[in-house]
Design a protein around this ligand. Structure first.
Ligand code: RP5
Length: 163
């Protein structure tokens, strides 16, 4: 059986610079991932085919990023029962249009929606990592260690402030 992987889809290559923040987090934890530019509106058949194929090949979680009338994450969730994490992109209206389009899903077809933009892109990857870590104790430990490192870094900053 192949290692669990994360599939990242985004509506446009204009989303790519923001979504690179997801790639960095997944790389840091050694989590395999695949990336596709595919759109709920511009390439609906290709989006559905990619999700169905990734699902069959053992994708553990999907990350879907889109801006404006952001229906991609919802369309992915309609196609799979794997966890779907939606990242609203700031392509217009400060990303509020995308946030509401991504988060307001009808009952039974969930999208775990994170923050608009880069913070959301990072947390989408952390959330996907935590989903995989449910059955991967080494990954869970790596996530705990990173949090401990971050807490120590804050303690060091406070110590420097007192000096
Ligand atoms: C959405 O429309 C994309 O996800 C992107 O955030 C936004 C604008 O796309 P482009 O016109 O830059 O291709 O579908």
């Amino acid at each position: 059986m192949s290692a669990p992987f994360v599939a990242i889809v985004m509506g446009s290559d204009s989303d790519l610079p923001v979504m690179e923040a997801s790639f960095e987090v997944l790389k840091k934890f050694g989590i395999p991932f695949e990336v596709r530019i595919t759109s709920a509106h511009r390439t609906p058949a290709a989006a559905k085919a990619f999700v169905e194929d990734a699902d069959k090949r053992g994708c553990a979680a999907f990350i879907a990023a889109a801006g404006m009338a952001a229906h991609l994450a919802g369309a992915v969730s309609a196609t799979t029962v794997k966890p779907v994490i939606g990242v609203p992109m700031n392509a217009s209206l400060d990303g509020l249009d995308a946030l509401l389009s991504t988060v307001q899903m009808p009952a039974g077809i969930p999208v775990a929606t994170v923050a608009i933009g880069k913070a959301g892109a990072k947390n989408a990857a952390y959330l996907a990592a935590q989903i995989i870590a449910v059955s991967d104790p080494a990954l869970a430990e790596a996530l705990r260690e990173e949090r401990a490192d971050n807490a120590r870094a804050i303690e060091d900053k406070n110590a420097a402030l007192q000096a």
